[in-house]
Design a protein around this ligand. Structure first.
Ligand SMILES: N[C@@H](CCC(=O)N[C@@H](CS)C(=O)NCC(=O)O)C(=O)O
Length: 371
């Protein structure tokens, strides 16, 4: 029988997220590096060399981890990664956004700023991929400034990583996953950076193991095909009942709020200017070339330190998943979710006036309707 093929790499952030999901759902798959079929069929179909890509037995190709997970969710899975509880569902979406907006910065910093200390590990990893090892490594490094890794921000990134580890450590003392006894899309989102780079590259993984062993165990747990809860006694392998939000998530999501803003509001302001100036047409690709992810940059700050951040329409796509989920709630549930977000400083996610929707078609982001 033909199987699902996961085109990816052991050290790839987004492959880790997809692999974990496939394992947890018991979906049979084989993982391949970029092979001749990837280059001859997949790259031309997608228009760019990017991983992960899932190729289904019927020939369907799915790219982008959010779409890959949703594809399997729609087809029907063992345990949905979308909590039914409205507050839990919104928080899961927020963690997914935070992982991309903020934690790719940490992941890339700890991989490349410490490249000299983990050279053998990185060269071995990148030599196993496609293309010229040095060229691919150089391209990855070239993303650092756009992601906000600069000499000025490095101290803030490291403080942030340590705080995040402490907050997660406190949470995992009582709960195996973010929202109880099974992973949500929030866990899968966070797992990308916290596994492939921060939980695996020697320099940051060493910090994680020494400072936050329970976080390291969560990384192992996310890689396991079963719920993997031996240290939690008879903890039920399901989301917490009654849409409960554990108290340990309050400081964790406040931390996310402090780091998502003002960056997101600055990006909305840039997007408003861009839309007024460029007048994007609905359905048009967001950039001229599929591999180009940013439409420009904006001056913003991370933990009070200024930097120029690349503006990726993709984050608006993830952000919109939060507001779409919120808009689908009935009034009493929406009020409960909003009250919780207000307490931790995340209500601006609901209230910021984004100028346009971003959708995904044919494996890339395209402009949606004006808002
Ligand atoms: N939004 C995409 C991001 C995927 C992504 O950034 N993949 C990285 C590897 S982890 C990649 O292929 N980068 C190639 C490049 O940017 O040149 C997803 O969720 O699948």
């Amino acid at each position: 029988m033909e199987q699902v093929i996961l085109y990816g790499a052991p050290h790839s952030l987004y492959t880790g997220k997809t692999r974990s999901y496939l394992r947890k759902q018991g979906i049979a798959y084989v993982e391949r590096a970029a092979d001749p079929r990837f280059r001859a069929e997949i790259v031309p179909a997608i228009g760019r060399a990017i991983i992960p890509v899932v190729a289904l037995p019927d020939g369907t190709i799915v790219q982008d981890t959010a779409d890959i997970l949703d594809h399997f969710e729609r087809a029907g899975v063992r345990v949905s990664a979308y909590p039914a509880g409205p507050r839990q569902r919104i928080l899961a979406h927020i963690a997914e956004l935070y992982a991309v907006v903020v934690l790719t910065r940490h992941a890339m910093h700890y991989r490349w700023s410490y490249a000299g200390e983990q050279e053998r590990f990185l060269i071995y990893a990148f030599a196993g991929g496609s293309g010229d090892t040095d060229a691919v490594m150089a391209r990855m490094r070239s993303y650092l400034p756009m992601l906000g890794v600069t000499p000025a921000t490095i101290a803030a990134i490291e403080e942030s990583y340590l705080s995040l580890l402490d907050l997660l450590e406190a949470h995992f003392a009582a709960h195996p996953y973010l929202l109880g006894g099974q992973p949500s899309i929030g866990d899968y989102g966070l797992f990308g950076p916290l596994f492939a780079h921060l939980g695996r590259d020697p320099a940051p993984a060493d910090i994680m193991k020494r400072r936050a062993p329970k976080v390291f165990r969560w990384v192992e747990r996310m890689n396991a095909p079963d719920p993997d809860l031996p240290e939690y006694g008879d903890y039920t392998p399901a989301f917490l009942p009654g849409d409960e939000i554990p108290g340990t998530l309050t400081p964790l999501f406040r931390h996310m709020a402090d780091e998502l803003f003002p960056e997101l509001t600055d990006k909305v302001a840039m997007m408003c200017r861009y839309v007024a100036e460029v007048d994007p047409q609905e359905g048009a690709p967001v950039t001229d070339k599929p591999h180009r992810r940013v439409i420009g940059s904006v001056e913003t700050a991370f933990r009070g330190v200024g930097f120029d951040s690349g503006v990726q329409p993709y984050i608006f796509y993830l952000w919109q998943r939060i507001t779409d989920a919120f808009d689908a709630l009935a009034a009493p549930e929406a009020k409960e979710a909003r009250d919780w977000l207000e307490r931790v400083g995340l209500a601006p996610l609901l209230d910021a006036r984004r100028p346009i929707r971003v959708e995904r078609r044919n494996h890339i982001e395209v402009w949606g309707r004006r808002l």
